[in-house]
Unconditional design. Structure first.
Length: 306
């Protein structure tokens, strides 16, 4: 898969995730955050299960079935996914869709930093320019206020940036080791659904009326956000560096702000719009400059023979 196609898949995943923030808020009118997470990841696993089964059959026929080491990596990524999603979901109970979308993007600076520190991956210079731009955009969105002004919901979403960043750092590498993007996607969905489901049964009441109220949001976020969006992320990250992927996926915040404004009446101030522009500029920078350089062709000079 070409770099442009992989980036397109990641951008589509970000669009789907941005639209899902509204559903994540509306779904909790009927069920708690843990129950909502578990149910939508069950749906997501069912969506991708046929593809995962076909991939499993192919790997087994080729004599390369997943082993215990692969299962351990899938369990780790599923656990990271569960932590990030649940923290974000709890935060959405007391913050706006717009704020949640932008605060989630704080994993963007962490991904290249972790890749550099632990994997010795040196990002392109444009990443180091785009990262502070994304951070500044996030700060402008919250009204350019001090950290002390953040609400409890904002703090939950902010804390989810760490598990998100580790997940983004590892998911493409694990998919390549496994040789199966759909297997990894389905496996991590199952792990996330099991962990959040067990926690939900122990701490949250579930009623038929609540499930009826949340059914539409669960279906939308489960089928599209999880089944399609997270699977596109796994496929796309097999062919994109983690730092670049993090910046592209941060466009989810732009889409979250757009859908929040259209569907829930959230409004961006002038500083918030400036923050959107800074993040969009960072995304374009990190994608356009390396692409332009890769298309630069050096034409040899034909010298006449003596």
């Amino acid at each position: 898969m070409s770099r442009m196609k992989a980036n397109g898949l990641l951008l589509l995943a970000a669009l789907i995730w941005g639209s899902a923030f509204v559903g994540q808020v509306q779904g909790m009118a009927g069920v708690g955050p843990l129950s909502f997470t578990s149910l939508r990841f069950v749906l997501g696993a069912l969506v991708v299960a046929p593809l995962a089964w076909h991939e499993w059959q192919g790997l087994r026929a080729a004599g390369q079935p997943p082993g215990r080491a692969h299962a351990a990596w899938i369990a780790l990524l599923g656990s990271l996914l569960c932590i990030g999603v649940v923290m974000q979901q709890i935060g959405l109970m007391s913050t706006s869709v717009t704020n949640a979308g932008f605060l989630t993007a704080l994993y963007v600076p962490l991904v290249p930093l972790l890749a550099w520190l632990f994997q010795r991956q040196v990002p392109h210079w444009t990443v180091w320019v785009a990262v502070p731009g994304c951070l500044a955009g996030t700060w402008l969105l919250t009204g350019a206020g001090a950290l002390q002004s953040l609400s409890a919901g904002d703090a939950w979403v902010l804390a989810s940036a760490l598990p998100w960043s580790v997940h983004v750092l590892l998911v493409g590498q694990v998919a390549n080791r496994l040789r199966g993007a759909y297997l990894l996607a389905c496996g991590q969905f199952v792990v996330c659904a099991l962990i959040s489901g067990v926690m939900a049964l122990a701490s949250e009441p579930i009623s038929a009326d609540g499930l009826r109220i949340a059914a539409g949001a669960i279906a939308y976020t489960g089928i599209l956000s999880v089944g399609v969006g997270f699977t596109l992320q796994v496929v796309g990250q097999r062919h994109a560096p983690p730092a670049d992927a993090a910046i592209i996926l941060s466009s989810e915040t732009l889409f979250a702000a757009l859908f929040g404004a259209v569907l829930m009446g959230d409004r961006l101030t002038a500083s918030g719009l400036a923050g959107c522009a800074m993040i969009l500029g960072g995304i374009l920078l990190v994608q356009a400059v390396p692409l332009f350089r890769s298309r630069t062709v050096v034409v040899p000079i034909n010298r006449p023979s003596p």
